[in-house]
Design a binder for this molecule. Structure first.
Ligand SMILES: Cc1cc2nc3c(=O)[nH]c(=O)nc-3n(C[C@H](O)[C@H](O)[C@H](O)COP(=O)(O)OP(=O)(O)OC[C@H]3O[C@@H](n4cnc5c(N)ncnc54)[C@H](O)[C@@H]3O)c2cc1C
Length: 308
């Protein structure tokens, strides 16, 4: 079936962008993950429509990959087609306070562009190491801001290749939640409403938030950021620390000493190590505080996302 898939993909994508048995560790910030049966970098809406059409026709599972910064991929990898949103999806249009950007742009690159236009309201996102599409999917947020506050609408595609626009309300954005987590829809571009501001002040805010990140987060190690959602009335990191789990290690996966909400790849960690550590932290924290931590991290196993 895979040879039929690659043969059909060759008709719609350049050969050099169709990779077989590609290790996903090379495409996630955790640096963990076995091979994808097939991995394609997608550079246009038409390529995306065609590649999904091929996968749907052959009944082969497909998965959209942004920057891989909120993803743990199993050691066995992915049985299907990974569609990595690539550099062709990085265009930005700015009209006054309205910023429309394609979903593959990194939040840091978009941060630099809005800074040059003296547009305020995006500083909270500029240090998050994901793509705009991933940030919409996750309703990413930090330091009191979240995508929901600035998103006006998104251009979206369904698996049949139909494109349509969703408003902020229609995206059903909540804490690390969006409608995209419950549908096979792909974010193609997003329109944000920012506010005119003072360039120097915006730059100082961005630098300050970056500094706060590097002083509090173990950025020197591969990770996928905060592993757990914030439980109501608590901080996940605080509960993990109070449970005495800072520095706790299983295989190569360790609960960061610097920020207990992070699990780091301390060297040669496997996905199984991370999953075992996630479960251990959930169990110990629940025993001690009565709170069951829910992962924010997305876990890709075999051919779909799984829940822990
Ligand atoms: C050091 C570090 C710090 C972090 N800090 C923060 C933080 O402060 N706040 C925060 O919210 N997160 C944070 N994160 C987590 C992560 O960066 C965000 O969740 C980010 O939004 C994920 O984007 P991505 O492109 O990497 O998505 P990926 O990890 O590639 O994918 C995540 C999910 O989004 C889906 N997806 C990706 N692109 C699209 C698209 N175009 N259309 C539809 N679905 C799509 C994928 O299918 C997958 O299910 C941090 C991560 C790290 C490593």
């Amino acid at each position: 079936m895979m040879s039929l898939l690659t043969e059909k993909l060759r008709a719609v994508l350049p050969e050099e962008r169709i990779l077989v048995d590609e290790p996903l560790a090379a495409h996630t910030t955790f640096r963990i993950g076995g091979p994808a049966d097939c991995f394609c970098t997608i550079e246009s809406i038409e390529e995306l429509q065609n590649a999904i059409h091929v996968a749907q026709e052959l009944k082969i599972p497909w998965f959209i990959l942004g920057r891989g910064s909120n993803l743990l991929v199993s050691d066995e990898g992915y049985r299907g087609l990974i569609l990595h949103i690539g550099r062709g999806f990085e265009q930005v249009r700015i009209e006054g306070e309205m910023v429309t950007a394609q979903s593959g742009i990194s939040l840091s690159a978009l941060g630099r562009i809005v800074l040059e236009h003296s547009l305020d309201g995006f500083s909270f996102a500029a240090g998050i190491p994901g793509s705009l599409g991933g940030a919409v999917y996750m309703n990413a947020g930090a330091y009191g801001g979240e995508m929901k506050d600035i998103l006006v609408s998104a251009l979206v595609m369904d698996p049949e290749g139909r494109c349509f626009i969703l408003s902020n309300e229609e995206m059903e954005l909540g804490y690390r939640e969006s409608i995209f987590q419950h549908r096979d829809w792909i974010v193609l571009e997003a329109t944000l409403k920012l506010t005119p501001g003072d360039r120097d002040k915006i730059e100082a805010d961005m630098k300050d938030l970056m500094q706060r990140r590097s002083s509090k987060q173990p950025l020197e190690y591969p990770s996928a950021g905060s592993v757990f959602k914030r439980p109501p009335g608590h901080f996940a990191g605080g509960l993990i620390e109070e449970a005495g789990l800072k520095g706790c290690q299983i295989g190569g996966a360790r609960i960061s000493e610097k920020h207990a909400g992070f699990i780091i790849n301390a060297g040669e960690a496997t996905a199984a190590d991370v999953v075992a550590l996630v479960r251990h932290a959930q169990d110990v924290v629940e025993q001690q505080s009565g709170v069951r931590l829910e992962p924010e991290l997305k876990i890709l196993k075999d051919e779909c996302l799984i829940r822990l």
